[in-house]
Ligand binder design. Structure first.
Ligand SMILES: C[S@@+](CC[C@H](N)C(=O)[O-])C[C@H]1O[C@@H](n2cnc3c(N)ncnc32)[C@H](O)[C@@H]1O
Length: 307
């Protein structure tokens, strides 16, 4: 049975109108919301579709799936799968693919999910709590070098090595870390210079979350899959929340929208372009004031060509 949705934790959708305005060009088309969350984008999208329009949504989180069950609309369906599975949809069948990356507010705010260094809870951080390894399980056996690499590469954390050392020392002395507060406290002891306005554990938590959910690998796979399922003139709209994600999206769009001249065959016809880059949009000052979690968002919009 799907878990009950606790309405105490809400998600304020970021770039709601901007994303749907950029995505929907054909009300009778089929659209993909690759990150349903609490359905903010999906609900507005459905309101813009005609009777023949379709919306296929994805989310890894069983709580998002339970929320989607409240949408009673024959044009809508949801899949409890990672979004790289969107490649299983028929080729060139979608008029738009939307990805609103990262975690939802209910995931961060619910201490039981283990994403938060502010509210103590089990050290979990899995977006799909029905499968895979939790952060606590991974940190219980991972080698120090591996831990340091994850924290450095995915958190861009200068103190990755001392943090990894502290995690392994603590494991040897008192057993593995079990809660988010234990990890946050340990990290605070290992981080020597604090960034203004930022908790010392921010980077480490970001890194472990990205790693345990394979976020960047799945994003790369989903972008390739989106290219297959978009029809000509179909729109790709991706909202990212940190530079590692945005770099992948930016480079992916650039790779498919810039002519690359093969230096070994200067007079050969360049490879056909698969995307046109259309837009890069950030939340307005008014949106950031209303919803501070939107401050780091960057939305990129591209259009599929006919090739
Ligand atoms: C920022 S929230 C989306 C919020 C949504 N647009 C709304 O308006 O309510 C991101 C969602 O994507 C989901 N998610 C993250 N990575 C995923 C992946 N690889 N596959 C499927 N869902 C994913 C998370 O579980 C979360 O619910």
């Amino acid at each position: 049975m799907a878990p009950a949705v606790d309405n105490a934790w809400n998600h304020t959708t970021v770039l709601l109108n901007e994303a749907i305005d950029s995505l929907v060009t054909r009300p009778e088309g089929t659209y993909v919301d690759a990150t349903f969350g609490r359905g903010g984008h999906s609900r507005l999208l459905l309101s813009r579709l005609g009777p023949q329009g379709r919306l296929v949504a994805f989310d890894k989180d069983p709580e998002a799936i339970a929320e989607a069950a409240r949408i009673n609309d024959p044009r809508f369906s949801i899949r409890h799968q990672g979004f790289m599975h969107l490649g299983e949809l028929p080729p060139a069948s979608a008029s738009g693919v939307l990805m609103d990356l990262g975690v939802s507010s209910p995931q961060i705010d619910n201490p039981a999910r283990g994403f938060s260094f502010r509210n103590d809870g089990p050290l979990d951080m899995r977006m799909d709590s029905t499968r895979g390894q939790s952060v606590a399980d991974w940190l219980a056996t991972a080698e120090q070098g591996q831990i340091a690499q994850v924290i450095r590469d995915y958190g861009e954390e200068r103190f990755a090595v001392p943090i990894a050392k502290a995690i392994v020392a603590r494991r040897q002395e008192r057993g593995p870390l079990a809660t988010t507060a234990e990890l946050a406290q340990l990290v605070a002891g290992a981080v020597k210079t604090r960034e203004p306005g930022q908790d010392p554990a921010t980077r480490t938590f970001q890194a472990l979350r990205i790693f345990i959910n394979a976020e960047l690998e799945e994003l790369e796979q989903a972008l390739e899959a989106a290219l297959q399922v978009l029809e000509p003139q179909g729109r790709l709209v991706v909202i990212s929340f940190h530079s590692l994600e945005d770099r992948i999206v930016k480079q992916f769009i650039a790779k498919h929208s810039r002519e690359v001249v093969d230096r070994r065959a200067l007079f050969a016809k360049p490879a056909p372009l698969k995307l046109h880059a259309l837009d890069r949009i950030k939340p307005s000052a008014e949106e950031v004031a209303r919803n501070p979690r939107s401050r780091s968002a960057i939305m990129r919009v591209a259009e599929r060509t006919a090739h």
